[in-house]
Write a protein that binds this ligand. Structure first.
Ligand SMILES: NC(=O)c1ccc[n+]([C@@H]2O[C@H](COP(=O)([O-])OP(=O)(O)OC[C@H]3O[C@@H](n4cnc5c(N)ncnc54)[C@H](OP(=O)(O)O)[C@@H]3O)[C@@H](O)[C@H]2O)c1
Length: 296
């Protein structure tokens, strides 16, 4: 039997999906494949002109809407403008290892974009979601540690690598607590996560560390799979009959590449107390509370 691939996607006719960060890499492939499967596909772009150029390359029912996850006003505007059901919300957009930067609201750029922006977006949209929330994490969560005293790197010396690891661990802890709350609230919605292994995309472009630049250039050439293969775990997580809380990644050695399967996560990423604590801190920082449908 062939391994799961994009042609294994069931029909998405009559369903609506939202993919954050659809202008390149995994988000672009996911948007393209979901549209091909018949979904009404809304993907987000920071730059609407770039988004429109990309949308023109995708066949099917595709729409691009503006969203900057590094600006809570933009997140709120996107959510406020939304009407109707979202079958699947794919929290995909992300940045990796840029020099220290801050979001409009003063959060460290990586945790602000990758976690806090998606945290706010998901909670603001949750009452529209009917099937599932897919959040794209990473193998990098394995090196992650949540610093509750200084989530936003205000007093410690900045490490772009550790900040990325923290943000990707936060993606998994967010999924864990969201899934717990959905079950406790009796919701039909599930929260799942996926990671692409290693896929050659634009993600490595923002690092300015020369060692990392050489490593990613070599890695892109020698180890990485292409963006189409890297999107398969996300597509599987968006479509397959998997339990809430599942984490999907590639089946190859080290989960670097391969076909999508359910994978494990670190002990730290399964810690319910840390997940609850991060949720509370994320509510406090973003000013976005969970909807009444998923009480604490
Ligand atoms: N590639 C890998 O090997 C790998 C491995 C593990 C995890 N991941 C995860 O996969 C996800 C997708 O990454 P990718 O590899 O496809 O990288 P990519 O090609 O760089 O795509 C990232 C997307 O995120 C968008 N984005 C960046 N900052 C944003 C913001 N502030 N607001 C809204 N959108 C923003 C980008 O939009 P613009 O066009 O505006 O820049 C782009 O569409 C990320 O969450 C990443 O952490 C990737």
């Amino acid at each position: 039997m062939p391994k799961w691939n994009a042609s294994s996607l069931p029909s998405f006719a009559g369903r609506t999906v939202v993919v954050t960060g659809g202008t390149s890499g995994i988000g672009l492939v996911a948007a393209r494949e979901l549209a091909r499967a018949g979904a009404r596909t809304v993907f987000t772009a920071r730059d609407e002109e770039k988004g429109a150029r990309v949308a023109a390359t995708i066949d099917g029912d595709v729409e691009v809407r503006p969203l900057d996850l590094a600006d809570l006003a933009s997140v709120r505007a996107f959510a406020a403008a939304w009407e109707g059901d979202i079958d699947v919300l794919v929290n995909n957009a992300g940045v990796m290892m840029p020099p220290l930067g801050r979001t409009t609201d003063g959060f460290e750029l990586q945790v602000g974009t990758n976690h806090l922006g998606h945290f706010a977006l998901t909670n603001l949209l949750l009452d529209h979601v009917t099937d599932r929330v897919v959040t794209v994490a990473s193998n990098a969560h394995k090196g992650g540690h949540i610093d509750f005293a200084d989530l936003n790197w205000e007093s410690r010396s900045y490490s772009p690598t550790k900040a990325y690891y923290q943000s990707k661990l936060a993606n998994l802890l967010f999924t864990l607590e969201l899934e717990r709350r959905l079950r406790a609230g009796g919701s039909p919605v599930r929260a799942v996560a996926a990671h692409p292994g290693y896929a050659a995309t634009n993600l490595t472009a923002s690092t300015t560390n020369p060692v990392m630049q050489i490593a990613t250039k070599l890695g892109d050439r020698l180890i990485a799979q292409d963006d189409a293969a890297g999107a398969l775990p996300t597509l599987f997580a968006a479509a397959a009959e998997i339990p809430g809380g599942s984490y999907v990644g590639p089946d190859g050695p080290g989960e670097w590449r391969g076909a999508p399967v359910l994978v494990g996560r670190t002990h730290r990423a399964s810690d319910a107390e840390t997940a609850k604590r991060l949720w509370a801190l994320s509510e406090e920082l973003t000013g976005v509370a969970a909807p009444a449908s998923i009480p604490a």
